[in-house]
Design a protein around this ligand. Structure first.
Ligand SMILES: [Zn+2]
Length: 563
């Protein structure tokens, strides 16, 4: 069915909540292994129509935020969503109380029961007021950031609109763009500092109330991290510091040679090539035709997938007034249909977002068609879901020439470099947050000093050159995850580790790399990060020494593919 033919009906919340109550009773009372598994499937089906309606409303709303009808529907789900989530947690609590609960692990793998435990452990009614206060703090941050307008080039620009100026081939223009941005954040210095103090205090208060030492500990439950904890993450970051950073320094040196910028400062880092960054082909139809060819030639599975997506018009990727920023993939379970949303702007990021979201959508498409996979276990944790997307960015590389023409080699180099360099930045963001919640009484200046220390540890090549705002170590305040979804960041590093391994495997034997990817995708959300890596024969980056060889191979490939 085409997207525009899908019908929307506002769900009956009272009926759904009543059904949830019945399901919770059934989950608690199931008196055999078969009965509890059957009830699990039943509860996962119960949310299909609600989820479909909620996601349909959200798609229509984000495609045109000025539409009053869809704004009202979006408000309806914002208001009723928490009650539905709570009802779902109560069903989990009922399953966990059932003596047959281990049958769920036997039938559905390690993530089902562990995920329910995290859902129950992460919620506590005594924190409701603190949660409301936290949401209000996030809104204040969004107002400061989202409302930012700065003056440059005789124009009033938003922060995202500074992007092209930051990539300009003229050094003065780049510096001016960063200074314009810095000026805005400096003007809001006191507010941003105070907001963060309140956020740290608030989340630590929630953690203490629930019996945790601080929020850095509780975050592992709230992020539904299964099979690893703070020790594993620390071992991962240590390896990045010891084994990845030296390779990245070589990458940066080669880049300086290539761009002719001998002593690059922070403002010079976005420049990848002397004659400008790679540009994709233009035109919606041409790009979509290229994508169809690409996925037809990649595998029979992706051929079926792309035909379904394009024939049913499950894309909205062009930018236009009224459309919300960003990109995402979402699912419409009642129609077994993924949907892809993006905002193309003519840069190579258009191809990143297309292959990235197609990776998420392909996994959703496969999982929705597997009767063994309950709807609520179609997708694994965030650190694993991003493997589907980031690996797809690399596994489509043999067809990128269709989308980049003569710039294809530049794109391959830039994409590999950026993914590799991201590991360092991601670790800064993660270690910084652990330190902030473990030392909640630091002053704003002390926090910035911690950030600069971590910059030095993971990105020793960065020279802020007295740039305002960034130079005093406050650059973390523009990383919205730190305010809006604390600790959601190391996920991108963990999935990058898997994606880089898929890339390196594909260079040796692309067919084999694809088959491994498909095996991982087919486990849907029924396996943990470690199990998914092992399924595909990938190294798990928590063990000492697991990263070094990967980092060296990346460094060698990048050195050999300078453009
Ligand atoms: Zn993603």
């Amino acid at each position: 069915m085409k997207f525009n033919e899908m019908t929307y009906t506002r769900p009956d919340i009272d009926a759904l909540l009543a059904e949830c109550k019945q399901l919770a009773a059934k989950a608690a009372a199931a008196d055999s292994d078969e009965a509890i598994v059957e009830t699990y499937y039943e509860q996962s089906r119960a949310f299909a129509d609600y989820t479909t309606a909620s996601n349909l409303a959200n798609i229509h709303y984000t495609c045109d935020t000025r539409d009053a009808y869809w704004k009202a529907e979006q408000d309806f789900f914002d208001a009723n969503g928490p009650a539905v989530s709570n009802a779902s947690v109560e069903i989990s609590r009922a399953f966990l109380s059932n003596p047959h609960v281990d049958a769920l692990t036997k039938a559905l793998g390690t993530t089902c029961v562990a995920g329910m435990k995290n859902a129950v452990l992460g919620m506590d009614e005594r924190t409701l007021d603190l949660q409301k206060e936290y949401n209000a703090l996030v809104s204040q941050y969004q107002q400061i950031y989202g409302g930012a307008l700065v003056e440059l080039d005789g124009k009033q620009l938003t922060i995202p609109q500074l992007g092209p100026y930051k990539e300009s081939l003229d050094a003065k223009t780049r510096r001016a763009a960063y200074e314009a941005e810095a000026g805005y954040f400096d003007a809001h210095r006191a507010e941003l500092d105070e907001l963060y103090t309140k956020i740290v205090k608030n989340l630590n208060a929630q953690a203490k109330l629930m019996g945790y030492h601080d929020y850095s500990e509780l975050s592992y439950v709230r992020m539904n991290r299964i099979g690893y904890g703070p020790e594993e993450i620390q071992r991962f970051r240590d390896q990045v510091a010891h084994d990845v950073v030296p390779e990245l320094q070589k990458v940066i040196a080669l880049k300086a040679k290539r761009t002719g910028i001998e002593h690059p400062t922070f403002c010079d880092l976005p420049v990848s090539f002397k004659d400008g960054n790679p540009k994709p082909i233009e035109g919606y139809e041409a790009r979509m035709a290229a994508a169809r060819t690409m996925y037809h030639e990649l595998s029979p599975e992706t051929a079926e997938f792309i035909d379904f997506m394009q024939d049913n018009e499950l894309f909205d990727v062009e930018s236009r007034p009224g459309k919300m920023n960003g990109g995402y993939m979402t699912s419409l379970p009642s129609y077994k249909a993924p949907f892809i949303f993006a905002n193309w702007n003519g840069t190579s990021a258009d191809v990143d977002v297309l292959t990235h979201e197609c990776g998420h959508a392909f996994e959703g498409y496969v999982a929705e068609r597997d009767p063994h996979v309950p709807a609520d276990l179609e997708c694994p944790g965030m650190e694993s879901a991003e493997i589907h997307s980031m690996a797809m960015e690399f596994l489509t590389a043999p067809w990128h020439k269709l989308l980049f023409g003569k710039d294809v080699d530049k794109y391959a180099l830039q994409h590999a470099e950026d993914s590799f360099l991201f590991l360092a930045y991601g670790c800064i963001v993660d270690e910084f947050q652990h330190k902030m919640y473990q030392n909640p009484d630091l002053t704003p200046d002390e926090r910035n000093a911690v950030w600069l220390e971590l910059e030095h540890k993971y990105r020793p090549w960065v020279d802020f050159d007295n740039l305002p705002f960034y130079g005093r170590g406050a650059g973390w305040q523009r990383q919205l995850h730190i305010y809006e979804c604390p600790f959601y960041y190391i996920d991108y590093c963990l999935s990058t580790m898997a994606a880089l391994q898929f890339f390196l495997l594909s260079l040796k034997d692309h067919k084999d790399a694809w088959q491994r990817y498909l095996k991982l995708v087919r486990r849907a959300g029924l396996a943990s990060y470690t199990e998914l890596c092992e399924t595909a024969g990938l190294k798990v980056p928590f063990t000492d020494g697991s990263i070094k060889a990967i980092a060296q191979e990346m460094g060698q490939w990048i050195a050999a593919h300078q453009v």
